[in-house]
Design a protein around this ligand. Structure first.
Ligand code: MRU
Length: 352
């Protein structure tokens, strides 16, 4: 049986990028139509769309929107490409950690610069490629899901952190794609979802999409994971990734590193599920990954209510780095990569 998730996080429809507004979930299921590149920048920055692969597709659509806009200003190919390159750099700066954003924008710019045609020919080429990348994303997740399902024991309880689901991709999901594929074979599996302070992607999004699909899901706060691991209530951990260095060090939502340390201590396998586009071959280790710092308000307020005294010092890194020695395997569309990651990643990228 193949499991189909009904969620389509982002979709190109008639020169518009339509996306689910994730800031409103789980209370309101609404979509937003993005019509300009600048609005796409804001949608990514303000996390209307979030999750590394979904941000990538948003970046690709952003280039399509920019191309349509610039074609209204100039017919000169050189001038067009100069202005498109400026928009590409601007879009890339919306969120610095998820490498899928840079990857997708670079792919679109390769199409733009290698299409030896008129401005309107280039516009059509990037629109077509943006749509293709969107459709490919779901297929990649399904492949990843099938590989990942092989490492899920019968009746397992899987702990996950943040949201690496259909909502973090175009559809199906990475870590939650593995959950979906495992569930299709064995509906007795269960998920524990970490709440994921400060933006609560686990509480708001992971529980929303898994319970909608009828998958047995228990919400816990982030600090509870070691308690349940000690009680032998967690069989394995599967999380997503925002950027993987060529040695396997992995950036993911803040708190992932803590989960990985707890898993190691309790001898629980810890897996990353991510497409090859999340691997950054240009960096040797996690030390080179830029960690996004987000606003203090994310920490000082819950549901618009201040939870701390005025004037307290705040620091809010949005991601952390899990060192490769804590990672049991990296589930990709090319199979499950194992240590030594330097070698297995290089091999996977060479056959991509
Ligand atoms: O800040 P977010 O919500 O964009 O962070 C998302 C994550 O950290 C996900 O785990 C990661 O992007 C993988 S999504 C398949």
């Amino acid at each position: 049986m193949e499991f189909t998730s009904k969620i389509k996080t982002i979709e190109w429809i008639e020169n518009t990028s339509r996306m689910i507004d994730q800031t409103q979930l789980p209370h309101r299921f609404t979509t937003v139509d993005i019509l300009t590149c600048d609005d796409m920048y804001s949608a990514i920055k303000n996390m209307i769309v979030r999750g590394a692969p979904a941000i990538g597709i948003a970046g690709a659509h952003g280039i399509s929107l920019a191309a349509i806009e610039i074609a209204k200003i100039t017919n000169d190919v050189n001038e067009f490409l100069k202005l498109l390159t400026q928009k590409a750099e601007y879009l890339k700066s919306a969120r610095p950690t998820a490498v899928n954003l840079m990857w997708a924008i670079d792919k679109q710019m390769q199409i733009a610069t290698s299409t030896l045609s008129t401005v309107s020919g280039i516009v059509n080429a990037v629109i077509k490629n943006g749509k293709k990348m969107e459709l490919d994303d779901i297929e990649i997740n399904k492949k990843m899901g099938n590989f990942g399902a092989q490492i899920v024991p019968k009746g397992a309880t899987i702990l996950t952190h943040c949201n690496a689901g259909a909502l973090a991709t175009v559809g199906y999901g990475t870590a939650l794609g593995v959950v979906r594929s495992a569930y299709a074979k064995d509906p007795t599996i269960k998920v524990f979802a970490n709440e994921t302070r400060p933006r609560q992607q686990g509480a708001r999004l992971t529980t929303f999409e898994l319970t909608t699909d009828g998958i047995d899901t228990t919400l816990i706060t982030d600090a509870m994971c070691s308690y349940f691991m000690k009680k032998k209530m967690i069989d394995l951990v599967i999380v997503g990734a925002d950027r993987i260095a060529s040695n396997g060090d992995t950036a993911n939502k803040i708190g992932t590193y803590t989960v990985a340390i707890c898993a190691k201590h309790h001898n629980i396998p810890f897996y990353i599920a991510a497409p090859l586009s999340t691997i950054d071959p240009n960096i040797k280790s996690g030390e080179e990954i830029t960690i996004e710092e987000r606003s203090c308000e994310e920490v000082t307020t819950i549901n618009n209510e201040k939870i701390c005294p005025e004037g307290v010092k705040i620091i809010n890194p949005s991601f952390d780095i899990t060192p490769n020695e804590l990672i049991s395997g990296i589930i990709t569309e090319a199979g499950i990569l194992r240590p030594n990651y330097q070698t297995s990643i290089a091999e996977a990228l060479s056959i991509k």
